[in-house]
Design a protein around this ligand. Structure first.
Ligand code: NAG
Ligand code: NAG
Length: 282
């Protein structure tokens, strides 16, 4: 009896460890972050007195220069702020949860942004204040702050980094560090590159083998689709169509990446372009 229990316990532990490991590697390159985590980092980087963090962690943001710049830093950290272009809407929305009975939250938020001219590009010199006021518009009008970790968009460099790591892990032909032309490879067909794209999608957490594309994250990563409903409908329909077409998962994902995002890809084109260029240089 004792042995059976022990075995059972062992199995449970093993399952728990496996589940943890899976979720761990899921967020390996694709980053999930909480508001409080971003705040804590920004307080440290900006050398704001530690006592202030306790206030921010209650989600109280006094209107002073220090807090304004902390909010800008948090926005950059979580991917919802850009000094030139202001609020990155898809990312910002993922950090707020609207009241289900509230039909007017979007309009109120836009009116708030518009009335302070926060809905158009502006000079960099008021960046802290603009980030702070933009955040306030969402905080006061859009919904409740989401405290659970949310997906943070990868920038062009991070995307390239993941692509290069995947290429390396899959032994996709890459130039060596000196960009020497001497290295030759037998591999390098289009099909191999499709598997590099599959690895990229898995590693960033934009796709999982069990659940397919993660549209919440992909919407944030794409960042340039205004109508979320339309985005979800079209990309999902496109995916379903390809899934019935494609036998091979590498082909399926590569075609998904290439064909289902007409208004701008999941992956920065320049990242792909660099990778191709490097491959050609070998
Ligand atoms: C701000 O956004 C624009 C347009 O998306 C982009 O080209 C630029 O690189 C961004 N700036 C920073 C600092 O990320
Ligand atoms: C977004 O797209 C959906 C589905 O096509 C459409 O019904 C809705 O009116 C659109 N919303 C806006 C604000 O354009």
């Amino acid at each position: 009896m004792a042995t059976v229990n022990l075995h059972y316990l062992g199995l449970v532990c093993l399952l728990a460890v496996t589940a943890t490991a899976a979720s761990q590697c899921y967020r390996d390159a694709g980053q999930l972050k909480r508001v409080v985590q971003a705040q804590e980092e920004c307080v440290r980087y900006l050398r704001i007195p530690c006592a202030r963090l306790a206030v921010y962690n209650k989600f109280i943001y006094p209107n002073d220069a220090e807090t304004q710049c902390m909010v800008r830093c948090m926005g950059l950290n979580l991917g919802w702020w850009n000094d030139t272009h202001g609020v990155q809407e898809a990312a910002m929305r993922s950090f707020f949860h609207p009241d289900p009975n509230d039909c007017d939250y979007e309009r109120r938020t836009y009116r708030c942004l518009h009335s302070q001219r926060l809905d158009r590009p502006a000079p960099h010199d008021e960046a802290c204040e603009r980030a702070y006021e933009s955040f306030r518009c969402y905080y006061e009008h859009y919904g409740n702050l989401v405290v659970t970790p949310q997906f943070v968009r990868l920038n062009a460099l991070q995307q390239l980094d993941v692509l290069l790591q995947c290429a390396d892990m899959l032994q996709y032909p890459m130039p060596d560090r000196s960009f020497s032309c001497a290295r030759t490879h037998v591999a390098g067909a289009e099909g191999d590159f499709d598997c590099v794209l599959r690895c990229y999608m898995l590693r960033t957490g934009l796709y999982s083998e069990n659940y397919g594309p993660n549209l919440d994250r992909i919407y944030v990563q794409c960042n340039n689709y205004a109508n979320e409903t339309l985005f979800r409908e079209t990309t999902d329909a496109c995916y379903r169509r390809l899934r019935s077409d494609c036998q091979d998962e590498c082909t399926l994902i590569a075609r998904y990446v290439r064909e289902c995002f007409p208004a701008g890809g999941i992956i920065f084109l320049e990242s792909l372009w660099y990778l191709r260029l490097w491959v050609q240089l070998r």
